[in-house]
Design a protein around this ligand. Structure first.
Ligand code: UDP
Length: 195
C-alpha cells in the first residue's frame, strides 16, 4: 500500500482502477473493511481532531475526495496518483458489478431517497444488484435492528451515506458487528444516485 501523509493523515496513492481491484480483494476476503473518502473539510477536521484522525487512518482505503486534497499533496511535494472521489468509486463499482457480481446495500439519506436510488441504479447500471435499502434517520434503539437488516441481506458492500464524519464514526463503531466485506462512507452519493 502506497500512502501519502498529509499532516498526519495517510491517504492512499491509488488510481481508480487499483481502488476497484482492492475492493474486489476485500470482497474475496473473510473480514470487513472500511473505505473513507474525506473531502478537504473533513481532512481539516481530522488534522485537529485526534479521534477522527485515528478513524480515518484505520481505513483500509482512504482516498482524497476533491481537488483540494490533491492540491495539498502537490504542495507538500507528494502528489497522489489521481483524484478518486467517493461518488466515482461507487459508480465504478456499480459498473464493474455487471461483470463481476457485487451485492450492494444502500444505507442513508432521507426517507424515500435510498429507495429512489435503488430504482435509478437498476435502470442506469444494468446487472448491479441492490439487496437492501434503509434511510439514514434513526435513533440509537433502532441500530441493532438496522445491523440485523444489513447482515440478513447478504450484502458484500455497504454504502453508508450519513454525512461526514457521522458515517465514518458509525462504520468504525459497528465494523465488527457488520457481516459485510466493505463499508464505504459516501456522504451525498445517495442523493446523486436518487436524482
Ligand atoms: N444523512 C442521513 N442521516 C443523518 C444525517 C445526514 O442519512 O443523520 C444524509 C443526508 O440525508 C444526505 C447525506 O447524509 O443524504 C449526506 O449529507 P451531507 O450533504 O451533509 O453530506 P456530505 O457533505 O458529507 O457529502
Amino acid at each position: 500500500r502506497k500512502l501519502v501523509n498529509i499532516a498526519g493523515i495517510n491517504i492512499d496513492n491509488i488510481t481508480m482502477e487499483q481502488a476497484v481491484e482492492r475492493v474486489y480483494s476485500f470482497i474475496d476476503s473473510g473480514k470487513n473493511h472500511s473505505v473513507y473518502t474525506p473531502n478537504a473539510e473533513i481532512m481539516m477536521d481530522g488534522i485537529t481532531n485526534k479521534q477522527l484522525k485515528e478513524i480515518l487512518n484505520s481505513a483500509d482505503i482512504l482516498v482524497a475526495d476533491g481537488a483540494g486534497v490533491v492540491l495539498a499533496s502537490k504542495i507538500l511535494g507528494k502528489s497522489v496518483a489521481e483524484k478518486v472521489s467517493g461518488f466515482d468509486l461507487a459508480k465504478n463499482l456499480l459498473i464493474a458489478s455487471s461483470k463481476r457480481p457485487i451485492k450492494f446495500f444502500l444505507f442513508g439519506g432521507k426517507p424515500g431517497i435510498p429507495e429512489r436510488a435503488h430504482a435509478n441504479v437498476i435502470c442506469d447500471y444494468p446487472g448491479a444488484e441492490i439487496v437492501g435499502t434503509r434511510n439514514g434517520y434513526f435513533s440509537q434503539e433502532d441500530e441493532s435492528e438496522i445491523i440485523n437488516q444489513i447482515n440478513n441481506s447478504g450484502a458484500d458492500v455497504l454504502f453508508v451515506c450519513l454525512g461526514a464524519p457521522k458515517q465514518e464514526q458509525w462504520i468504525h463503531k459497528h465494523k465488527e458487528q457488520l457481516n459485510v466485506k466493505v463499508c464505504m462512507g459516501l456522504g451525498g452519493t445517495i442523493d446523486i444516485l436518487a436524482e
